[in-house]
Ligand binder design. Structure first.
Ligand code: GLN
Length: 220
C-alpha cells in the first residue's frame, strides 16, 4: 500500500486530501497503476507518520503551523523523515515556507518558549508574504510542462499571500513568473523535496500536479 500523508493541523489540508482521494480513484481504474493500492492519510500525530511513502504540507499560516508542529511533537519526527530519511515531501505556500532551510520576513515571533521553527529540507531561501498583503492575492496561468515534463501547459496557479524563493542553494528552480520585468521563482525542488508558492489543491477538478508529485516523487 502506498500511503500519502497530508499534515492536517491547520490550513488547506481538506482540499489536498480530497484531491488525493479523487486522484487515487482515477488511478485505481488505470492499468498502469494496477500494482499499487493508494491511500490518503490525515497526519495529526507522530503515529500517523508510520509507513508513509510521501507527505504533503498544506497551505495555511506558517507561524501558527510552526507552533502547532512543536506542540504536537511533529517537528522533530518530520525533520528526521524528510531531511535524513528522504521521505518525499511537497509543500504548498505555507508548506513551501516550512520546508525551506532559510526564511526571511517576520519570523521573530515568540510564544512562551516556542519560536518560529521550520522543518527544512529545501536548500533555498524563501521570502514570506512576498507579494504584500492578503488583498494582493492573485491567480496566474503558468506553463508547467517544462517543470514537470508533462502536458501541463495551462495550469491555474493560485497565489494567496504567497512567498517567493529569493535564493537557491542546491535546490533547483522549476517555475517562474514575471513581475515588473523581474523573474520570481515560484516552484523549486531539491531531490526528494518539492515546494510551490501556489496551491494546486485549490483548483477544482484538476489533479495533474498532484499526479505528477505521485509519479515523480512518491513512486520513484
Ligand atoms: N502568508 C502565509 C505564511 O506566511 C502563507 C500563505 C499561504 O499558505 N497561502 O505563512
Amino acid at each position: 500500500q502506498i500511503r500519502v500523508g497530508v499534515l492536517a493541523l491547520q490550513g488547506s489540508f481538506r482540499e489536498h486530501l480530497s484531491h488525493l482521494s479523487k486522484l487515487f480513484e482515477e488511478l485505481a481504474k488505470s492499468e498502469d497503476y494496477s500494482e499499487y493500492e493508494f491511500k490518503d492519510v490525515a497526519v495529526r500525530t507522530a503515529k500517523d507518520l508510520e509507513g508513509l511513502s510521501g507527505i504533503i504540507i498544506c497551505g495555511g499560516e506558517s507561524t501558527t503551523m510552526s507552533i502547532l508542529l512543536q506542540r504536537k511533537h511533529l517537528l522533530n519526527p518530520l525533520r528526521q523523515l524528510i531531511r535524513e530519511d528522504h521521505l518525499p515531501a511537497w509543500g504548498t505556500c505555507c508548506g513551501l515556507i516550512l520546508l525551506s532551510n532559510r526564511v526571511t520576513n517576520n519570523t521573530s515571533l515568540k510564544l512562551g518558549d516556542l519560536k518560529y521553527e521550520v522543518i527544512g529540507g529545501l536548500d533555498a531561501t524563501v521570502d514570506r508574504n512576498s507579494f504584500g498583503r492578503q488583498i494582493d492575492s492573485f491567480t496566474e496561468t503558468i506553463d508547467l510542462s517544462g517543470a514537470t515534463g508533462e502536458e501541463i501547459h495551462d495550469f491555474n496557479c493560485v497565489f494567496i499571500r504567497a512567498p517567493v524563493i529569493s535564493g537557491l542553494g542546491n535546490a533547483r528552480s522549476l517555475a517562474k513568473i514575471k513581475r515588473n520585468d523581474t523573474e520570481l521563482i515560484v516552484a523549486v525542488r531539491n531531490d526528494t523535496v518539492l515546494g510551490t508558492s501556489f496551491h494546486p489543491e485549490l483548483v477544482d477538478g484538476d489533479y495533474r500536479f498532484h499526479k505528477w508529485f505521485i509519479d515523480e516523487f512518491v513512486l520513484t
